[in-house]
Write a protein that binds this ligand. Structure first.
Ligand SMILES: [Zn+2]
Length: 298
């Protein structure tokens, strides 16, 4: 047996002692570089709650921390609380479990306005925006999800996806960002996991398919910002029901993971989709169209 000496001070220290004067000055202890405080820490949430209470409390608005968001609403306190502890908490828990390891990069405030009138007025007054949707929107600039919550919680879940996507898949193209967000506009739980259900976007997509007006999946995936600016009217629905098809085949989470992992080689996600559906996109397209035309809502 080979005896190995444990490295103790006596075994590894200097053989001869150095006179004190020749000893190097001990390094001054460097302070640990201060770690930036996460934007969504409990402390940051509490500070934001206090700030919003000071600013809007006299209007009777309710402010709550609901990790990783702060929620403020002009509705009855119980209603605001039930949106925060219900819809927001549920969506956060289920979306994190399915896709997202990281919280949003910024502390985002969710503004819940109870009526179309208060939504429109406050969008103008607080954010100096012109609402281009009656339901609600995400403003990265204002770190805000602004909702007309009177129209239901679907848009809220849709908009919650966007800041998560920004943090977890910053290279995600618009078509998939909106497709996944739209999928959860109408959502439920299956086996403890979030699932999208058919919704109001179906009828328009079915009509556009019958009229042969829906672009190819290559065009959709490669649309870039044209997803918004050159939308033939079916982009959101096509992206949503592609995600829905993937979900129903048990492939959606795998697609998300593979797309994200290979986004530098396949930034549109088209090649990843092609590989996942078996390589024959003509055959896939016809299977997908039959599937969508066979769906119903409600
Ligand atoms: Zn969206």
């Amino acid at each position: 047996m080979v005896g190995l000496l444990a490295c103790s001070a006596s075994a590894c220290g200097p053989a001869t002692s150095i006179p004190d004067a020749a000893k190097p000055e001990p390094e001054p202890a460097k302070p640990e570089p201060a770690k930036p405080e996460p934007a969504t820490s409990d402390l940051a949430l509490d500070r934001r709650v206090a700030q919003l209470e000071a600013e809007y409390g006299d209007r009777g608005w309710v402010v709550l921390a609901e990790r990783p968001f702060v929620v403020i609403g002009d509705g009855h306190p119980q209603r605001v609380e039930s949106h925060a502890r219900g819809t927001v908490r549920w969506a956060v828990e289920k979306l994190e479990a399915a896709y997202f390891e990281l919280p949003p990069l910024e502390l985002i405030t969710i503004w819940l306005f109870e009526t179309a009138a208060s939504y429109e007025q406050n969008v103008r007054e607080i954010f100096d925006d012109e609402p281009d949707t009656p339901y609600g929107y995400y403003s990265a600039k204002h770190r805000a999800l602004v909702m007309n919550i009177g129209t239901g919680g679907g848009t809220l879940v849709h908009e919650i996806v966007h800041p998560y996507m920004e943090a977890n898949f910053p290279a995600c193209p618009s078509w998939f960002n909106e497709g996944l967000a739209s999928l959860y506009e109408q959502s439920a739980e299956r086996g403890g996991a979030i699932v999208g259900l058919t919704n109001w976007r179906l009828a328009g997509l079915q009509a556009a398919l019958v009229a042969k007006q829906v672009p190819s999946f290559r065009e959709l995936c490669e649309s870039g910002e044209g997803f918004y600016t050159a939308d033939p009217g079916s982009n959101y629905a096509q992206a949503r029901y592609l995600c829905y098809w993937l979900q129903e085949q048990g492939l959606l989470r795998r697609y998300f993971a593979e797309f994200r992992a290979h986004a530098s080689q396949d930034p549109s996600g088209y090649a990843t989709l092609e590989a996942l559906v078996g390589g024959d996109m003509i055959d896939f397209r016809s299977r997908w169209e039959s599937f969508v035309l066979g769906l119903s809502y409600p």
